[in-house]
Design a protein around this ligand. Sequence first.
Ligand code: NAP
Length: 266
Amino acid sequence: MDKIKVAVNGAAGKMGRHVISAIAGCRDLELTGAVDLVEVGVDAGKLAGREPLGVTVTANLAELLQQGETDVLVDFTTPMAIMKNIELALSQRVTPVVGTTGISEKDLDRIQSWVSRYKTGAIIAPNFALGAILMMKLAQVCARFFPQVEIIELHHNGKIDAPSGTAIKTAQLIAAARREQPPRPESLEKIPGTRGGNLEGIQIHSVRLPGLIAHQQVIFGGEGQTLTIKQDSLSRLSFMPGVLEAIRRAPTVKELVYGMENLLEL
Ligand code: NAP
């Protein structure tokens, strides 16, 4: 069986290094490229704390993809760079597997148009951790019975975008699943923003602190009771099985897949 050829963008980042290490540990995958703005010229294996892999970091994504040696581009970069990266990959008939967050509804429409134009699929997942995917699925079920809900997401203080992609996706799923939109409780904010942001009638609160990685609580409230679904990614390793699954599915994906729950049979 031919190996799937994978390039990693954001190779020197916290996620990129883990992805390189995970790919290097798989016999059916081959790392064919590593891209970042920093650590250029460094062997990707060294970046990931492994033996050298013979792939050095380059800063030029377009040049790498034009060589035609890449089937799948895994991207963990920044919200500012992601749209350009996705268009570049699709225009070269390379399937992007995107973990970078900060992608809006409007962005998804543009990605959909590129997917159609270049006849190449794309996988975008706000969260690759199985626990987080199940949390979203469970929240969808609970929303039918508990329409009043708020979301608290907590991340490390290096995360730029807020709220998290996972919180946005969770709120969208809840909004679509609940039978009624409850009236918003009255509030008088003495400090603006204290009640958090609002997406489709659901309050979202974002916490950014050192020591955290990625965590979320979805709190449902009903008469005399609350129900809390809580998920914690305690290590970036929690994202790797999902990333590897997406890479393996990528060659057969022909459309835009948004959310890992759409790849897994839940
Ligand atoms: P990080 O440590 O800051 O890594 C990002 C890397 O990308 C940095 O080395 C950065 O270089 C580089 N970069 C920035 N712009 C680039 C460009 N145009 N081309 C190539 N490389 C570029 O961040 P992280 O913690 O790995 O997270 C990366 C993204 O993944 C974030 O959006 C985060 O929210 C998301 N994330 C998603 C999941 C998921 O499951 N979907 C899980 C965790 C994180 P500089 O340092 O020079 O900027």
